[in-house]
Write a protein that binds this ligand. Structure first.
Ligand code: MN
Length: 289
């Protein structure tokens, strides 16, 4: 018999900071509101760019070339468009509803910018960047790139709305993303007074980000831009909306390994961090203009 999870915290968005000049983000973890590197494992970082109006700019705003090693970056666009290039030769535009799942693994260089035509026009921009840790066995595997278009998501339709599954499986409907450990990621779209119940094993670390609208989660209220951290004491999560709402759902099996984070590198030991810095300085992450 399943039990309802209790709500550990409802977290208001921490003050935003700029990543490069294009991403105005609230960090919910691991340095903002939840100051723990392991509490949301396998998710290491959640940067949330709440809806913000960017004025037109001829020069696209963003983050210039930088490396990553040891994990995956997942970018989810809600408003605006993001252009991406990496040293493995991948490039693309992440449009509204799309997700880019980049496995940095052994190492890539990449850059992330507002897409040129969006930049010229300006307008509302809203996105999420999530860092998903990799277990030691996969940290040095070959980089991989998954461009997941909105249409490719698993769609679970029900009376009160639709669950757009990015990764994982609910009621035999699968998300398109390939993952290295059990990860569930989805966007729940609820109509006014819509309702849906999700079930995850209680040891899965689970959190919800209210991207739009206002909901009750197991009877606790949460409004736009708030993150809800669920306790590991039950399986069931019931979500009710008081208005048209969108909720990003994160759940995953924790990776029980030592974790050393240094800037854009996420490894198991300091020796591996030193190696990453040395490999980066030697140009082993490839080339990207
Ligand atoms: Mn990056």
């Amino acid at each position: 018999m399943n039990t309802a999870r209790s709500i550990e915290r409802v977290i208001a968005p921490p003050p935003p900071h700029m990543v490069g000049d294009g991403f105005r983000v609230h960090n919910f973890f691991p340095s903002g509101a939840i100051q723990s590197k392991q509490r949301m494992s396998p998710f290491f970082m959640l940067d949330y760019a709440s809806k913000f109006e960017f004025p037109p700019s001829e020069q696209p705003r963003g983050v210039d070339v930088h490396p990553h090693r040891g994990f995956e970056t997942v970018t989810i666009a809600y408003h605006g468009k993001i252009a991406h290039h990496d040293s493995a030769g991948n490039k693309g535009v992440i449009e509204e509803g799309d997700v880019q799942w980049m496995t940095a693994a052994s190492g890539v260089l990449h850059k992330e910018y507002h897409e040129a035509s969006f930049s010229k026009k300006g307008g509302p921009f809203q996105m999420v960047q999530l860092w998903v840790n990799l277990p030691a066995a996969y940290k040095m595997t070959t980089p991989r790139y998954q461009e997941l278009k909105k249409e490719a998501m698993g769609h679970l339709k029900f009376e009160g709305g639709v669950l757009e599954i990015i990764a994982g499986e609910v009621n035999q409907i699968k998300g398109p993303a390939k993952t290295f450990t059990p990860v569930h990621l989805s966007n729940l779209h609820l109509h006014k007074e819509g309702s849906f119940t999700l079930h995850f094993p209680s040891h899965y670390n689970t959190g919800l980000l209210v991207v739009k609208g206002s909901v009750q989660i197991n009877d606790t209220s949460a409004s736009t831009n708030h993150f809800v951290l669920l306790a590991n004491d039950g399986e069931d999560i019931n979500i009710n909306s008081s208005e048209e709402s969108t909720i990003l759902i994160l759940a995953g099996e924790p990776i029980h390994e030592p974790l050393v984070a240094y800037g854009p590198f996420l490894m198991n030991t300091w020796e591996e961090i030193d190696q990453a810095i040395s490999d980066f300085n030697l140009g082993k992450f490839g080339v990207l203009d």
